[in-house]
Design a protein around this ligand. Structure first.
Ligand SMILES: *Cc1c(COP(=O)(O)O)cnc(C)c1O
Length: 752
């Protein structure tokens, strides 16, 4: 979520008044804003997407709740010490959280472990361990419409009688200490992005959230007028007409067997009716096709922690496979591929398969990604139920990602086209008529220059590196991952460095390259990549021959608050994942909306960005998805690229032979090994085209008038990427509700 203060003032239309009041009191509002900790309750794009969706749902007047876990420790704080990442716990609640309100009246019991028995009334889950889920409500204000929705976060609370046996044994002290065991469930966020780690505590977190949330939803459904108080009181018949549950990836996929369990064992419905209600209520958003990210929980672990759910999953699978058999008779291999249970070597539940079968809608997050789901990853499921599959291209909220973070650009835009763009972002297209207008170009470039100066001051203060504010600010910020190819960016920097050294007097377009992002603490190569970036920076930044022409800076502790400072100051946005690996990306959209040009592959939402702005306004390079597939089939040989490109060979040799790590020449051997022997993301295959494309970027940047024109074209073409548009599509095409852009009379939202 990041910070809430400025966002709340903006959406309530009181920012101007608050600024003024603080000023009159002789206080600095920015200083106050800096006292708020980021709520860092997610890992990267997926969590930030949910935050943008909350803003848009409130702004479109939808009666929607966000649900999550109130982690006591959010995503770790990243420190760079001696050029490497150190993790510090994110103790964000230390001084309290003024935005939250505990709601003990809605506390909910959640059960774990135990066993299932047969009774005359049906199955019963008994001898369980009990933990309570305490809800904390956080306000989500809509923009200028008097709507405030709720983000409800669950915190684990031990029951009084937790570990009863110790009380009875008389070991009172031990019994009190052991209450921690239950409360550990909401202690800390698992810091993996796009990677599945099958830990018991993580599974308990996922079930904890699903169980608490479903009980909350059902309680609210039953107490509402529409739930029918009298005659059909308690009837769940109309549940899917009144409730839509959108699963953000498979992390909450246990909601499907949990809803089934409640309908079967608590409500006493027959299977067919329960299943119909479940499928009509649930919808699933897929966020990745990387195999290492897909959740596959061992059956043994599920049986231990959630025995009744495992029974239900088996029965869902039995009926699902009957269904497959009916439509595709005698296709044993298809049945094996489509099973919810993977057999070898250890039995596992494929949570994506469960989510597809248990949902009435399945969507990817950009057109190219949704197409890949249909033709590759979930092809069998598409052939079984093509009507389920949809696309919902991601978006970002223009409130936080333009109005809040870039007031200078917001004002320049509003002077031309008014303020409607804040809730109707497609109106930015009107700016195209001034793309070549010298006065408008000057206004846009002046704001960019001011934003760059402001960032440069922060960086000089934080890193002690002198920054040339006339240089191109070339930025790649996102979680560190091999598929995102920060190493390819690094190879480009090394190539530029080698060129300067070889030819010190040649003309050179000055660049300040910035790379930022957290590596999962257990992701060895990702941490090595950070170390390499810092090591290359140390060489490049201190070489007097290079001077102000090239700098490489690793941006420490990338998070929402830092993103808000970076996006407005970027000239060039790097979005260079291997085609077919980045589902959508949203960082790409934040840069575009703030007037940065993009160098990128035809991957994720980059494809639709190129479509909107015209390929001539983007720097596109590299293999397309079909070319990546073909290379995979032919067999990728990194050495063929290494041997045939002298500059590439020099870069890799320097990494390998300790040029950037003289005190430990072997430091980066494993990076060179990955690039040459085990690279699943084909970096070297795209190197040559990438370098050539970067030369085109230089040429364009040298012509500032042309650059300004392209930048304005980018801004003017970014309307599609508002999360308001995304949410309107979810509302109409999945949830069956109509969004409303109704606003309050404008005096309320004006800055005065
Ligand atoms: C937007 C955002 C992301 C997602 O960036 P991608 O480039 O799409 O991976 C990750 N982290 C933070 C803090 C963000 O604001």
């Amino acid at each position: 979520m990041g910070r809430s203060l400025t966002n709340t003032m903006i959406n309530l239309g009181i920012q101007g008044a608050c600024d003024e009041a603080m000023y009159q009191l002789g206080l600095d509002i920015e200083e106050m804003e800096n006292n708020e900790e980021d709520a860092g309750l997610g890992n990267g794009g997926l969590g930030r997407l949910a935050a943008c969706f909350l803003d848009s749902m409130a702004t479109l007047g939808l009666a929607a709740y966000g649900y999550g876990i109130r982690y006591e420790y959010g995503i770790f704080a990243q420190k760079i010490q001696n050029g490497e990442q150190i993790e510090k716990p994110d103790d964000w609640l230390r001084y309290g959280n003024p935005w939250e309100k505990a709601r003990p009246e809605y506390m909910i019991p959640v059960h774990f472990y135990g066993r299932v028995i047969d009774t005359p009334e049906g199955k019963k889950w008994v001898d369980t361990q009990l933990v309570y889920a305490m809800p904390y409500d956080n306000p989500v204000p809509g923009y200028g419409n008097n709507v405030v929705n709720t983000l409800r976060l669950w915190s684990a609370k031990s029951p009084i009688e937790f570990n009863l046996k110790f009380f009875n044994d008389g070991d009172y002290i031990q019994a009190v200490l052991d209450r921690n065991l239950a409360e550990n469930i909401s202690r800390v966020l698992y810091p993996n992005d796009n990677f599945f780690e099958g830990k018991e505590l993580r599974l308990k977190q996922e079930y904890f959230m699903c169980a608490a949330t479903l009980q909350d939803i059902i309680r609210r459904y039953k107490s509402s007028k529409f739930g029918c108080r009298e005659a059909v009181r308690k009837s769940m018949d109309h549940f899917p007409d009144k409730v839509a549950i959108q699963l953000n990836d498979t992390h909450p996929s246990l909601a499907i067997p949990e809803l089934m369990r409640i309908l079967l064992d608590v409500e006493g419905l027959p299977w067919e009716k329960a299943w119909d209600i479940t499928v009509r209520a649930c919808a699933y958003t897929n966020h990745t096709v990387l195999p290492e990210a897909l959740e596959r929980w061992p059956v043994s672990l599920l049986e231990f922690i959630l025995p009744r759910h495992m029974q239900i999953i088996y029965h869902i699978n039995f009926l699902h496979l009957e269904n497959v058999k009916q439509k595709f008779p005698d296709d044993i291999d298809r049945m094996r591929r489509m099973s919810l249970i993977e057999e070898s070597p250890e039995k596992k539940v494929n949570m994506a398969h469960l989510s597809i079968v248990g949902s009435h809608a399945v969507n990817g997050v950009a057109q190219i990604h949704s197409d890949i789901l249909k033709t590759e990853v979930f092809k069998d499921f598409y052939e079984l139920a093509p009507e389920k599959f949809q696309n919902k291209t991601n978006g970002i909220t223009p409130r936080r990602w333009l109005m809040l973070c870039n007031p200078g650009l917001s004002d320049v835009i509003s002077e031309k086209i008014g303020e409607d763009w804040v809730v109707h972002l497609e109106q930015l297209h009107q700016l195209k008529q001034w793309a070549k207008d010298p006065a408008f170009q000057r206004a846009v470039m002046k704001v960019k220059q001011e934003n760059k100066l402001k960032l440069a001051q922060i960086l000089e203060h934080d890193y002690g590196v002198e920054i040339n504010p006339a240089s191109m600010f070339d930025i790649q910020v996102k979680r560190i991952h091999e598929y995102k190819r920060q190493l390819l960016n690094c190879l480009h920097v090394i190539t530029m460095y080698n060129r300067i050294k070889k030819n010190p007097n040649a003309k050179f377009v000055p660049r300040t390259v910035m790379i930022g992002g957290k590596a999962a603490p257990g992701y060895h190569i990702a941490k090595k990549i950070i170390k390499l970036i810092c090591a290359v920076g140390a060489v490049v930044n201190n070489d007097p021959v290079v001077g102000g022409r090239l700098k490489l800076i690793f941006l420490e502790n990338y998070r929402v608050t830092l993103a808000e400072k970076i996006m407005p100051a970027a000239d060039l946005s790097q979005q260079i994942s291997t085609a077919g690996t980045e589902a959508s990306g949203t960082g790409n959209m934040k840069f575009m909306l703030n007037g940065a040009l993009t160098i990128g592959t035809m991957d994720g939402a980059n494809v639709e960005m190129a479509e909107e702005m015209g390929a001539e306004n983007m720097f596109i390079f590299g293999m397309r998805v079909d070319e990546v597939e073909e290379l995979k089939r032919k067999g990728y040989n990194a050495y063929s690229y290494y041997d045939s490109n002298i500059e590439l060979k020099q870069c890799i040799d320097e990494i390998q032979n300790g040029f950037f790590s003289p005190s430990n020449p072997d430091e980066f051997k494993d990076i060179a090994d990955v690039l040459l022997k085990y690279d699943r993301f084909y970096l070297l295959a795209d190197y040559d085209d990438y370098i050539k494309c970067q030369e085109k970027v230089n040429t364009a940047y040298a012509d500032q008038t042309k650059w300004a024109e392209m930048s304005i074209h980018n801004i003017a073409s970014s309307g599609k990427f508002s999360s308001d548009r995304t949410i309107a599509e979810y509302a109409r095409e999945i949830w069956g509700v109509e969004p409303s852009w109704q606003r309050l009379p404008s005096p309320h939202v004006s800055k005065e």
